[in-house]
Ligand binder design. Structure first.
Ligand SMILES: [Zn+2]
Ligand SMILES: [Zn+2]
Length: 129
């Protein structure tokens, strides 16, 4: 698969036991639904994506809409969590695309809220059922 922003091949990296397809140029990353569900099932391990550090060499235009990597339909941009300002591009059929920095913002948000809201991860999973 190629990056929907840079059109360069994505690199597969491992984070907390899941496979993530990441762009070496813009640090955007693709998660299909199965990977997302596994990621949220891992909870604490998924909050430490140390394997995701990829040097940034060029910023992509983050305002452009993204085409789904699987079906090429334009993805919906919206909040992933109702109480979190991180906007992500999502295909309801296939998965989500996170631009560089969005994953970290999302995980930081989860790390700050997951203790007070044990139902949060279940709520995340329901988004994709
Ligand atoms: Zn890219
Ligand atoms: Zn799709």
């Amino acid at each position: 698969m190629n990056c929907p922003r840079c059109n360069v091949p994505l690199k597969t990296v491992e984070a907390g036991g899941i496979q993530v397809d990441m762009c070496p140029q813009c640090e955007g990353s693709w998660y299909d639904l199965a990977e997302l569900n596994r990621m949220f099932a891992l909870q604490d391990r998924a909050l430490q994506p140390s394997g995701l550090a990829v040097p940034r060499t060029r910023a992509a235009d983050l305002d452009q809409p993204v085409a789904c990597l699987k079906c090429s339909q334009e993805m919906e941009r919206g909040r992933y969590l109702s109480d979190c300002d991180v906007l992500v591009d999502r295909c309801p059929e296939h998965g989500i695309w996170l631009d560089g920095g969005e994953l970290k913002a999302l995980l930081d948000h989860m790390a700050g809220t997951v203790h007070e809201k044990p139902g949060l991860l279940q709520a995340l999973r329901r988004l994709f059922e």
